[in-house]
Design a protein around this ligand. Structure first.
Ligand code: MN
Length: 259
């Protein structure tokens, strides 16, 4: 089994090193990760500046780009083989509910999925790297079990996995979850720069709004691993019927509109 590993916290992040150490025992692993922290870069690609790939002394390769850049480059020319699996993480902090829209960790995995490779995004729920080795062991356990159950095939899927920061023995079983929801993000933070200009810092993610039974927030709060299958189609299928009526009225009025 050949695994491509990336992340969004940068190639020097402890979560990436822990994942590499755990997975290299069970697979051929290669790391291609961003040079710097690219959290919240989602699926962004760098189109207006060149990308450089550099080999670090530990063998990891790093790119002056985004998480999606790393996987994109790897799958479209840098690697001379096709990995069986793309794994992203382990992220420093939760990627649950609305976080998945912004997450560079999910973005790297999603880029693999878009190119037809099964992909998993791993995150630890808390941001302090506590028990990151336990989370990496759980990630390895999951990959091994998936290989044994022949889930890693040429049919792509995208999984989002959040692991509580607990010792290995205390981490609960894995629960299949839907995404929860957060309230809107906290207010932007304004400061004055040394040159007298107003600076804006994006505020923290909002508090949890939907952590009902069955959500990722609920499962991890109970000490379980939350696993959520994701898809890319953002179509609001539930409301296609509502928009069908509105859209035909809109289309009619657009046609009769005076130039
Ligand atoms: Mn991150």
């Amino acid at each position: 089994m050949k695994i491509l590993i990336s992340n969004d916290d940068g190639y020097q992040a402890p979560g990436l090193a822990a994942l590499y150490e755990a997975l290299k025992e069970v697979a051929e692993v290669e790391v291609i990760a961003p040079e710097h922290n690219n959290s919240a870069k989602s699926n962004a690609l760098t189109l207006h500046s060149p990308l450089y790939v550099t080999r670090a002394t530990n063998g990891f390769r790093f790119v002056n780009g985004t998480p999606a850049d790393c996987v994109h480059i790897a799958l479209t020319g840098l690697l001379d083989y096709r990995p069986d699996l793309v794994i992203s993480g382990i992220n420093n902090g939760a990627n649950m509910g609305d976080d998945t829209i912004y997450s560079g960790t999910v973005g790297a995995a999603m880029e693999g999925y878009l190119f037809g490779v099964p992909a998993i995004a791993f995150s630890q729920v808390e941001k302090d790297w506590h028990h990151v080795d336990a989370a990496a062991r759980k990630a390895r356990d999951l990959v091994l079990a998936m290989a044994q159950q022949q889930l890693i095939t040429h049919t792509p899927w995208l999984l989002n996995v959040n692991i509580p920061n607990l010792p290995y023995e205390q981490i609960g079983s894995m629960k299949l979850c839907r995404l929860g929801r957060r309230h809107s993000a906290e207010k932007v933070i304004q400061q004055v720069s040394p040159r007298g200009e107003t600076m804006y810092w994006i505020g923290a993610a909002g508090p949890v709004k939907d952590d009902a039974d069955g959500t990722d927030f609920h499962a991890t709060a109970q000490g379980h691993i939350a696993m959520t299958p994701l898809k890319v189609d953002l179509t609001d299928h539930d409301n296609l019927q509502y928009w069908a009526q509105s859209a035909s009225r809109l289309a009619a009025s657009l046609q009769t509109a005076k130039p």
